[in-house]
Design a protein around this ligand. Structure first.
Ligand code: PMP
Length: 408
């Protein structure tokens, strides 16, 4: 399986950009592609496709401990976020979110409040990438908030949001809660009977399913006006029209089932590998800095700043390692990571940050090879770049507005 996925010799440490397809998902996609049938058709082949969709919906619902009928399949988390925010935000109220969110939330929030930008409130965050919940409480007390949207885990640092107090505060104030859980689902346990969010976005390709398929959880009983993004044949209870992507859905379901079965075991193993990666990096390059709240992170993510060596140069010097500078989703766009800038890092620090993300197929050997290559690359780049290594003056640390300064 791994031979099919990876170029020989590559240490693939970019699971937050996309994870390899799990073998179970591969089999499910191939089986669905090999059979005919529209899941909405009443004849035998159609019912066969419908059964694949039903099974996948059950697997996803099991992973999240929700009801299958609370899931709407979408083309991924970008669409799920768009649908969630559009459905739940009421104009002439306030939408509360944070500057750490993925552009698939920030850009939608900006668009929805374009006519009245004061309706968008970005909560302050600290240098560990943790959102200030006192500020959330103050916002809820001083404005009419219809929606709070905070990500469950950050894609660049892996830092987790403690959703229970967010939900409590928001619900007491009559606001709905959406969470972009794209990076958390399938990597850490999540029980939607404990975490009482109204809306949750996920994407299959982050946990070993195919790309281009995701879902929005919409809690039954949450008071949502009917505002779909795509109208048509009424599939997905009218929330997302269009012929269902049966191979994608089948693959997502198989990946959810496999991820759920191995969640605890995989999480512990991956966290050990990530800790080992960081320990070896710090041992060799004592001046590197690991970003984010170290104890409240996803198991597989490590955001590391190598001052004096820009991430693009480091990555270009180690083609045998697939990692990412900042977030792969915005890496096509110029400019440093809006997440690291919001955490108070300087532009130079943000430019010198590499994100390693590990997952279910990562081996100790991948980690060892990646560390060796990174240490060599950082030393080489530092030797050839004439970057001033004196610490920046505090006044040089500028916090850009991620809303007015586009990241993708
Ligand atoms: N939200 C987060 C936190 C993400 O990391 C990503 C993907 N990088 C997305 C949303 C978008 O997901 P998709 O690729 O499924 O559109």
């Amino acid at each position: 399986m791994t031979d099919r996925i990876f170029a020989a010799g590559t240490a693939y440490l970019d699971y937050n950009a996309t994870a390899p397809l799990r073998p179970e998902a591969f089999e499910a996609v191939v089986a669905a592609m090999g059979s005919v049938g529209n899941a909405s058709s009443a004849h035998g082949p159609g019912r066969g496709a419908g059964r694949r969709v039903d099974a996948a919906r059950r697997h996803l619902a099991n992973l999240l401990n929700c009801s299958p009928g609370e899931l709407v399949f979408t083309s991924g988390a970008t669409e799920a976020n768009n649908l969630a925010l559009r459905a739940a935000f009421a104009s002439r109220t306030t939408l509360v979110t944070s500057p750490l969110e993925h552009p698939a939330v920030l850009e939608v929030a900006k668009e929805l409040t374009a006519a009245a930008p004061s309706e968008l409130k970005l909560l302050p965050v600290d240098e560990d990438g943790v959102v200030d919940l006192d500020a959330l409480e103050r916002s809820l007390a001083t404005a009419t908030v219809s929606l709070v949207s905070l990500m469950a885990a950050n894609n660049e640092t892996g830092v987790l949001t403690d959703l229970a107090p967010v939900v409590k505060l928001a619900h007491e104030a009559g606001a709905l809660v959406h969470t972009d859980a794209t990076q958390l689902v399938g990597r850490l346990p999540l029980d939607l009977t404990d975490v009482d969010v109204d809306l949750l976005s996920l994407s299959a390709h982050k946990f070993g399913g195919p790309q281009g398929i995701g879902a929005l959880f919409m809690r039954r009983g949450s008071d949502l006006p009917y505002r779909p993004l795509i109208f048509g044949g009424g599939q997905e209870r009218g929330w997302r029209a269009g012929t269902l992507n049966v191979p994608g859905i089948a693959g997502a379901g198989a990946a959810a089932e496999a991820a759920g079965r191995m969640l605890d075991e995989e999480g512990a193993r991956i966290a050990r590998l990530r800790d080992e990666l960081e320990r070896m990096l710090v041992e060799e390059l004592s001046d590197c800095r690991i970003n984010g709240a170290l104890t409240d992170r996803l198991p597989g993510v490590s955001s590391v700043t190598f001052r004096g060596a820009t991430a693009d140069a480091v990555l270009a010097s180690m083609p045998e390692v697939a990692a990412s500078e900042g977030s792969a989703c915005s890496s096509g766009a110029p400019g440093p990571s809006h997440v690291l800038l919001a955490m108070g890092r300087s532009r130079e620090e943000a430019d010198c940050t590499v994100r390693f993300s590990l997952g279910f197929a990562t081996t100790a050997d991948d980690v060892k090879r990646a560390v060796a290559a990174t240490v060599r690359a950082v030393r080489k780049v530092r030797a050839t770049m004439s970057i001033d290594l004196t610490p920046p003056r505090p006044s040089a640390v500028r916090r850009p507005d991620p809303i007015t300064e586009r990241t993708s």
